[in-house]
Design a protein around this ligand. Structure first.
Ligand code: ZN
Length: 263
């Protein structure tokens, strides 16, 4: 969720809800240390909320935490990956547009991160699933030009067409990044066999970097903008040399948390 100070006492909070999708609400008094609502509106908290109609934004009148997801606020790696998921949902969905499938995916993925399941696998699974749910499923099996089955060889991925070109059709693209055989295999494993199979794979660092760069670049193409959360996490955890240390001091601006709206 993003939390924006409205005035001395109140906050505007961005929720992600099953019935209304991304949903901005006012939480009165939530900035006061004694607030009854405040603890239920922490980043990444899964909560059930009562709302009242407001003039522009609806107002939170009651809240109950279902899962606090404490690890997501205390462990830097879990926090970085949860922030990324929230950022993806925030950027790729519209305000007050119902998307229960994305909601359930986000709830499940945050819960897995909170249970300390491998953040790399959980996050790649989330990304592939969210792309599919929102209509950007990458074609992982056939050449997007001629339709032939892709062979086990490095192939270029054309983001604007959402798929790979085979060696015969490769000349139709310039500058599309090549994806290694193992990176393509990992994506197909996720797609065919799900997260359970992916967490059992041994993924060396180089392959992790390649897959993260691939999904980041495709998401950037889909959203037409950059995603910051994983970059901030790398800047903080990978040590000096990649970007200025101050980058780690400012958390990403917007993080929706799953929440229940009325009804
Ligand atoms: Zn082809």
């Amino acid at each position: 969720m993003s939390r924006m100070a409205l005035n001395e006492a109140d906050r505007i909070v961005t929720l992600f809800t099953p019935a209304y999708g991304k949903y901005r609400v006012i939480a009165k008094g939530a900035r006061r240390p004694t607030s009854r609502l405040g603890p239920h509106l922490e980043y990444f908290t899964h909560a059930r909320l009562q709302m009242a109609r407001g003039r522009e934004l609806d107002v939170v009148t009651g809240a109950e935490t279902l899962r606090p997801h404490m690890l997501l606020r205390t462990d830097l790696t879990a926090f970085g990956h949860a922030s990324h998921m929230a950022e993806v949902v925030l950027r790729l969905t519209e305000e007050r547009q119902e998307n229960a499938a994305v909601y359930h995916l986000l709830v499940k993925s945050l819960a897995l991160l909170d249970e300390a399941v491998d953040p790399f696998a959980v996050t790649r699974h989330f990304e592939l699933a969210v792309m599919t749910l929102l209509g950007y499923r990458p074609e992982l099996y056939r050449c997007i030009e001629c339709g032939r089955d892709l062979e086990a060889e490095p192939n270029p991925f054309v983001a604007s067409r959402g798929g790979f070109l085979c060696p015969v059709c490769r000349h139709r693209t310039t500058g599309s990044p090549m994806l290694s055989i193992n990176a393509q295999k990992y994506l197909r494993t996720l797609d065919r066999h799900g997260l359970g199979a992916a967490v059992r794979l041994r993924v060396p660092d180089g392959l992790r970097d390649e897959l993260e760069a691939f999904t980041s670049s495709y998401l950037r193409h889909i959203a037409e903008r950059d995603f910051h959360s994983l970059r901030v996490w790398h800047a903080v955890t990978d040590g000096p040399g990649t970007s200025p240390p101050s980058a780690g001091a400012s958390p990403p601006a917007d993080r929706p948390a799953p929440g229940h709206a009325p009804g």
